[in-house]
Write a protein that binds this ligand. Sequence first.
Ligand SMILES: [Zn+2]
Ligand SMILES: [Zn+2]
Length: 579
Amino acid sequence: MDLNLKKHFSDLLFLPLGGANEIGMNLNLYHLDGKWLMVDCGVGFASDVPGIDMMTPDISFIKANKKNLLGIILTHIHEDHLGAVQYLWRELEVPIYASNLAANFLRTKLEEFKLDKQVPIRLIDSSKDLQIGPFAVEFLGLTHSVPEMKALIIKTPKGNILHTGDWKFDPNPVIGEVSEKEKIREWGDQGKFLAVICDSTNAISEGHSRSEGDLHKSLKYLIEGRKGIVGVTTFASNIARIYTIASIAKEVGRKIVLAGFSLHRIYEVAKKSGYDFSGFEFISDREIKFHDKKDLLVICTGCQGEPNAAARKIATGHHPSIKFTVGDLMIFSSKIIPGNEKKIFGLFDALAKKQIDVMTEKDHFVHVSGHPSQDELKEMYALARPKIAIPVHGEFLHTKTHAELARDCGVPKTIQIENGLAVKLQEDFQASCGIVGFVKHGYFGVDGKQLLNLDGEVIRERRKLQSAGIVTVSLALDDNLELMAKPRVQCIGSYDLKSDRDAEHAINQEIQIFLRHKAKELGLHKASKGLSFLKKKKKKLKDTISTAEIEKALRGKLLKIFEDLMGKRPALEVTVHLI
Ligand SMILES: [Zn+2]
Ligand SMILES: [Zn+2]
């Protein structure tokens, strides 16, 4: 049933528009007293959509209610939490609340979209509550693969919610603060959490996630003593990992080269935000030629096999200055994100073909996750002791396993949520908490600087072009519907007409027959008998039939021919010029 906003005007609602039962595109809404608060506004990877690499959630629901949207709080700098702001902000025009690091990062992205002057960004202050409409928000630091990851304690008269964001309990996160477990325990001991809305990414992984600090030892062991150049590709936004790799480079006496736009950007943002990289020796890729390969370590973008990223360029020999050869090493210090396997394995192959050694999380200890495994989730529930657990940030299997684990931890109620479903939360949780309605949700594809509805016309056409190509036919006709020149038929990615004279002939025949019939139907044949008569007919032709009608009718005929030739339907455009 559609969400009835009037009926639930004074209810505390949780409504994710993205990130529930999927990894990526986190966009969560909280509602109370007719007001909405958004937490995170992220992008996700798109797969199998021609020309589209990124997607954002469909925000039409909250856009329609934007006068009641109070603001957007960003938990941390990862793209799946803030990457959609530059695409969607114009639709919402509300203030954004972020940590210093997230604010600096966001500004660089907004500059690209000429939005930096327009978007009001307010820095969050962890020492005091942020009062925003009916919500009072307290910020709580949790460790993750980036510093300044802020969980939210959303306090309302209807109950308090712990919205965890992405987290793990890492005693040695390399940079940034450790998790504020005591604060969670204090709240938990007093039974003050109505609900915990929590990260499910690694809910199916047993044990405890490994520490960023432990990774240092392993990566150093793998890099130390290598004769050739060493590359490490990781998520650009993983600041802790960049710091870990840079420390290792220093310890083993290698200079560091950053390769890839987003790495340079995050490096500048981190420095600006007070993270100290001054003890490391960075050189530009143009300086590589002055150094021995064994003295270099390249940190590069492209760990998900992205076609234009540095790792791919290095693997294919297309990078202008970084050249890897036999015996060099590329370490994938990253997770293989589901959906990206094809691109990533293609990259492994390209490297292997050049005899470049490849190490991945599948065969070496080269990556630690920034998300909690089962033991950490258990610890979280033991600390927070909520009445309700709502797992998010995971695919269905993750959220289902997470919900079972929460039940095993003694959480009385668990709710498995999906995008677009609104859950009512209240203290009398056993009786009346649950899903109370749904709203429109879906995805938009990021296509350069425009957003495209993935179920819309443009994508439909693009898929069609991808699967069967296009045929364009253009005709120059005189006023008697007679051809002024040979029809111009162009097949692009559809049919090899140049090698099939019979087909070409059949098409020309079909066009001529069609035009003759049409002319006859319109009584245009007599027109050629005299100039004065023709002028009269000219008017008549325009009045009788439009070029659009001719185009449409001929298109139908020609489609049939191409369907017979190809066994499927290409896109087909007919253009008629009346001369
Ligand atoms: Zn994250
Ligand atoms: Zn995330």
